[in-house]
Design a protein around this ligand. Sequence first.
Ligand code: ADP
Length: 506
Amino acid sequence: MFKKILIANRGEIALRVMRTCEDMDIATVAIYSEADRLSPHVRYADEAYLLGPPPAKQSYLRFDAIIDAVKKSGAEAIHPGYGFLAENADFAEACEKAGVTFIGPSARMIREMGDKLSARRLMEKAGVPIVPGATVEAASLDEMKRTAKKIGYPVLMKPSGGGGGKGMHVVHKEEEIEHVMKMAASEAASSFGKSVVYLEKYLSPVRHIELQVLRDNHGNAIHLGERECSVQRRHQKIIEESPSVAVTPAIRKKLIDAGLAAVEAVNYSGVGTCEFLLTATGDVYFLEMNTRLQVEHTVTEMVTGLDLVEEQILVADNHKLRHKQSDIKWNGWAIECRISAEDPYNNFMPSPGLIALLSEPGGPGVRVDSGVSRGFEIPVFYDPLIAKLITWGRDRDQAIRRMGRALRDYKILGIQNNIPFLQAVIQHKKFASGDIHTKFLDENPDLFQELPKQSAQFAAIAATLIEHQSKAGAAKNGGGKNGAKTGSASLWKSAAIGQIWDRPWR
Ligand code: ADP
């Protein structure tokens, strides 16, 4: 078993991976940029290496500096988390060359599944139903038009090398194709390094359902059930759950058959996610495969009791799967909310800055995977996700109630965050009844109007706290072990912040 692992990531996912390493008695190595010197993931690790200046290109995306750190530290393996280099085949290759284990599938598998057109061809060959549309690049505008006609409008133009819900455009009629194609191709070239775009049938209404799979290097594969990720904003997931209210035993069988055929077809290794679209008539279409740990893996962990990072590490170390399919039992319901430093009162603009006060929820059925702490300054350079809040309940209703309580108990002062918005979604009657689809947020504008009013008094108190905290030097030392006894905490009390912001929904 590995004795030391370098975690090539930052924030909540770096901490999440380190915690499992700690459970497995594996030493941890952090890497960090100049903006993350005081980041909790750096403080948590057994050792840490500076990569360079804050922009990701000069730090978290630098192969050379990361391989250098792994050599200096003597770590035998690299866990990439998600994002950054997690699905970068060249990086997986660089690790191999340096004699370090990349905790994830091989470069070949990442390449095959990372390109949407290549993945669609592979899946079609394996008998997996794919969203109707192209499987090769269109040779000309005319061919693109012919494909669109064959599929039937509306169609969705997608970048083949895309990710993160970016660069997709709905095309309603033939006259729009030329313009959208030019725009989408240049967008794809600048965002993803290649300009290839293709067409799929635009399905609506539709649910995003995915299957968690796990396969070892010896040909054993199991699935860990489905997750529903239909609550999205701009094609990006905000709330996820497991299981899904929409998945009947017959639909689940389709997902499992397709997902397991997919991993078999590429001789997959490690944890992976097969994403599908589920139509109102119960049809399931393969969307793409993510060859890494997903942000939302936690809901699967909560209902299966497994630690997916532990399973990843074991597979990477060539172990056979410890579990047979019949060993996997699902218990209850889990929901995850992505807590972001984004301002729901200002079109979800990123809201970096100093976390003046932080009080995370707890109690029965609550898990917080956080990447921040009080006194930490959220940098402008990276993804605004600051934590994942997960609740478990014996059924969906209890998981929702606990999420409501946990969101009310979650206090972050100093930066704007999306908690008020998440509260509005969680208590929306359509969410409660499971009547959701990928356009749920767009079609329910009341969700944006019903946000609790921001209190001017609250903003003033936050400002005072920040001023007080920077004077006390707490920002520099990250709060310290005796943080609870600092002036900020007493200010929290004396300002009676709880009374101002607590329980806006009652
Ligand atoms: P990315 O890799 O950029 O995340 P995906 O292909 O995984 O892109 O799709 C992300 C989201 O975009 C889906 O969850 C869904 O909401 C929407 N989407 C993608 N393809 C289609 C489609 N053919 N029809 C309708 N919605 C789609």
